[in-house]
Design a protein around this ligand. Structure first.
Ligand code: HEC
Length: 206
């Protein structure tokens, strides 16, 4: 049989083949090492959310961290009122709207925050909607569109004076919604007036 000018894979000896494979993998490895895998999403489920009053209060909103032992890191940023929240951070102002921080680099547009719209009852939480730039709350407002207006040092946390358009509700209504979180086992009995306020909030808006 005639030896081909350009050797085919089968025409070279086994030893040469092994050397070739080794060289290819050695050359390729720095390239492979450079393409860092995107960070994995944190696993977040309905059970991760619970009675808001059992979370840690900070200036009217509440925080937690889904990663064991990391609540202190979240509190450090929350208490400083600026800075980048660590992965695992959970932030809530009202029982049904939550922001959760994923590992750095997971979603550049939302600075790794995922937005959740929950429904809550005495049996716990259900996730109605979740996502990044496209979650819309029950009033038709896009979470991201409002929260991205916070100045960069606030990491999408609006509070008041951070650059977001204000919500048309007084702080007392947020406190009332927190105290009457259906998952808290009826710890607080609202007055008749407060029941009316709550009814008006849940009335459909046109
Ligand atoms: C119309 C704009 C707007 C929309 C839409 C909106 N938010 Fe907010 N959100 C705000 C503002 C403003 C505050 C601060 C209110 C305050 O403290 O007085 C806030 C507060 C919060 C907080 C407490 C931390 C903070 O930023 O102050 C969380 C968590 C939150 N919103 C999550 C959500 C989620 C999740 C959605 C969507 C399901 C959503 N928001 C939709 C404007 C908005």
């Amino acid at each position: 049989m005639k030896t081909p000018i350009i050797p085919t894979w089968n025409s070279v000896s086994l030893t040469t083949r092994m050397w070739l494979l080794l060289m290819i993998s050695a050359l390729a490895s720095p390239v492979l090492a450079d393409t860092k895998a995107a960070p994995e999403a944190l696993k977040v489920e309905a059970d991760d959310f619970y009675c808001m009053l059992d979370m840690t209060p900070v200036r009217g909103f509440y925080v937690d961290n889904l990663i064991e032992g990391k609540l202190e890191d979240t509190l450090k940023v929350a208490n400083a009122e600026q800075g980048e929240y660590p992965p695992g951070s959970v932030v809530q102002l009202v029982p049904t709207e939550v922001m959760v921080k994923h590992p750095k680099g997971f979603n550049a547009a939302t600075k790794d925050w995922e937005f959740f719209e929950l429904s809550v009852s005495k049996d716990g939480s259900e996730i109605e909607k979740r996502g990044f730039v496209d979650v819309v709350n029950r009033f038709g407002g896009n979470c991201f569109a409002c929260h991205i207006k916070a100045k960069p040092e606030f990491d999408l946390i609006c509070e008041t004076g951070h650059g977001c358009d204000p919500l048309p509700l007084p702080a007392s209504v947020f406190t009332l919604l927190q105290k009457t979180d259906a998952r808290c086992g009826g710890r607080y009995t609202p007055t008749q007036e407060e029941i009316e306020i709550l009814k008006n909030l849940s009335a459909p808006r046109s």
